[in-house]
Design a protein around this ligand. Sequence first.
Ligand code: CTP
Length: 400
Amino acid sequence: MSGLQGKRILFGITGSIAAYKAAFWVRELVKEEALVNIIMTSGAEEFISPLTFTALCGNPVHLDMFASDPDGVMAHINLSRDADLLLIAPATAQTMAKLATGMADNLLATAVLAAKIPVVICPAMNTAMYTHQASQDNRARLLELGYHLVAPGCGDLACGETGDGRLCEWEDAREAMLQVLTPQDLAGRKVLITAGPTREALDPVRYLSNRSSGKMGYAVARAARRRGAEVTLVSGPVSLSPPSGVELVSVTSAQDMADAVLSRAEQMDVIVKSAAVADFKPDNCASLKIKKGSGGLRLDLVKNIDILASLGQKKKKGQLLIGFAAESHNHLDEGQRKLTQKNLDMIVVNDILGAQTGFDVETNQVTLITPSQHQQLPLLSKTETAHRIWDAVVALDKGM
Ligand code: CTP
């Protein structure tokens, strides 16, 4: 699943100053074509008007536990019955305490108690309140009860203090919702993904590199996390934020990447090498800036280690090794050659010359080649492509 389109989200808003941020979140959900129904507590109404949310989501906001329901069914039961997921943001200390003890004295708490759908809670409060033992005990109890909690952010708080307790970022809440709604077919799997380019230094100022943006590798890492894997992302220099819940190892050169990957490979169930590793590096990196001088400049390059080929030589039993091949011609032949030479279980081949499949674009069209077959995927977003790659990996895993 690549997004929240068509998902029915019941959105509970409670009485924190961060309630104003919920308005932006509703906008994001509506933009993504999720179907949003809102419950506000009386505390939330102190901070922001229900009218704001009615205007944003196009549905009347639910406020009153005893309001009559046009269908004659009690609202607190009906609301969660008609939803795929219940999101509470911001969730105050008071609401967390209520839910931890099963209290049901307002519409939101009652709807949560009646809900048979996943509940995602995003706490927001002052640091002292959040770190108080009572709140931490409530948090632990909520986890025991099977609710999903998104950790609050750390930073400046509305009360003037700095610390843990800020409402998490929208991206983190969205990712938590998507993870909850996605089948966890990679749960318990340790996965290492490489992404982005490498840089090979010429002197203290200059380097050799390539046009890889890292977008495909980051999408592969995000998709794996969403499907429940424990993900390590070894990334060359890119201008992307790491997906939430992923361990990021930042590297610069091919040798740095080799060190980071080869030292961790043994513990991994699946390794996906989507990085565009520089094949060559300068024989010597000048310690001082190379001066222009009067003539031209000849560079002596030497081969970098082929990380994927080394992984293929050391592959342990049951480990899956997936390579990428960015090709400009002879795609299938080149993919098949690399699959065999590097001892891979699958290779993902794409055409770098296509306008929608080249560098730094949001889409890709790839062919997945395994030793027994090849499958061309349609033009898809990089997120969808990443999920199709994982579908194929899961199928390979089952076949082993
Ligand atoms: N790769 C690697 N280490 C290298 C070069 C490539 O691990 N030094 C990996 C890439 O991450 C990718 C796969 O090998 O998963 C194929 O990379 P590609 O650049 O397409 O192929 P090369 O083996 O470098 O061959 P060629 O340059 O001849 O196409």
